[in-house]
Write a protein that binds this ligand. Sequence first.
Ligand code: FUB
Length: 383
Amino acid sequence: MQRSFFVAITSIAASTAFIAGCGKKEEPPPPPPAAEAPKAEVPKTIDPARFLTQPLVSEIFTADPSAHVFNGKIWIYGSHDIDAGIPQDDLGSHFAMRDYQPIELDGIGGKATVHPVALDIKDVPWAGRQMWAPDAAEKGGKYYLYFPVKDKQDVFRLGVAVGDNPAGPFKAQPELMKQTFSMDPAVYKDGGKYYLYFGGIWGGQLQRWKSGEYKADDEAQPADGEPALLPKVARLQDDMLEVAEKPKDVQILDENGKPLLAGDHDRRFFEAPWVHKYKGNYYLSYSTGDTHFIVYAMGKSPYGPFTYKGRILEPVLGWTNHHSIVEVDDKWYLFYHDSQVSNGDTHLRNIKQPVEIKYNEDGTIVTIDPFQEDPPAPAAPAS
Ligand code: FUB
């Protein structure tokens, strides 16, 4: 089976299964509600052997993996997808997650353990609905879970919860983190300092903040020829509970040193920022959302600017594409999700077994295809 087949499948899934974020009115046109979506076009099942890797766990739906090595173990903080019975809409209301369950991985290829609920929305005093993609950090033996959730006015904000163990439980601070907004927090530690990245357009509401203040009705993206909206970065305070400075734009430039444009949907930032460092270079990777790629840009400082370099991951089964990159035992791994377990339901996703990243001599990254053209032949039956 050829790769074009899978591209077709992912495109169909992309157009029939909607999306974390929207709110942008012009494109793509809002899909029909879930009940009316023409799902018959999507194959009911795909041969599992065609996927590059298999689901990490399947007892719950999981997504948006933020992976870290804490105390020699791999810990993954992600979304806990549920079917809340909420119809799909152009704001991603069907992504109605309510808690977080950390996953502990006994090394690459090792046993994965889903831990009990470590933070529940009912224990976040200011939260309204929709706990989306989190991240975590360790400092001084304490663990900090950073999470986006809509407040009681339906505005996405960031919160932090603190625990003594990577598995939790985490206790939420009584208030949201001041000066933070939108979604998809990611924390990067560099030289003893911690940096918080965040942001996502469409349903992630970043466009509502483009004036510097929140405007509930401002859903407009910049015109196609204008610079695209950008993720934000701010250093964290020493106590890890607030940002230490006003969040700044993370500049993403093209090969000519010009900002990526809003009309450049194959390359511009949509959601899921992540930063890592390899051989002296900083890498900002992110999802392009409606074109479904994980792409990256390279720079010399955690603040940027970053220059666009290429794709890390081609589209997966399902609309969203969200990842993290972490070093384990001197190798680098990509963690990502798709909708294999639910056969393409975009809000019922599963984190996959990680894939090793390969770097070229110049530091660029070899693109990964989440499907394989020639899966390994099944093992011969024992005689
Ligand atoms: O899981 C909800 C949202 O979907 C995340 O916050 C986005 O990055 C997308 O993966």
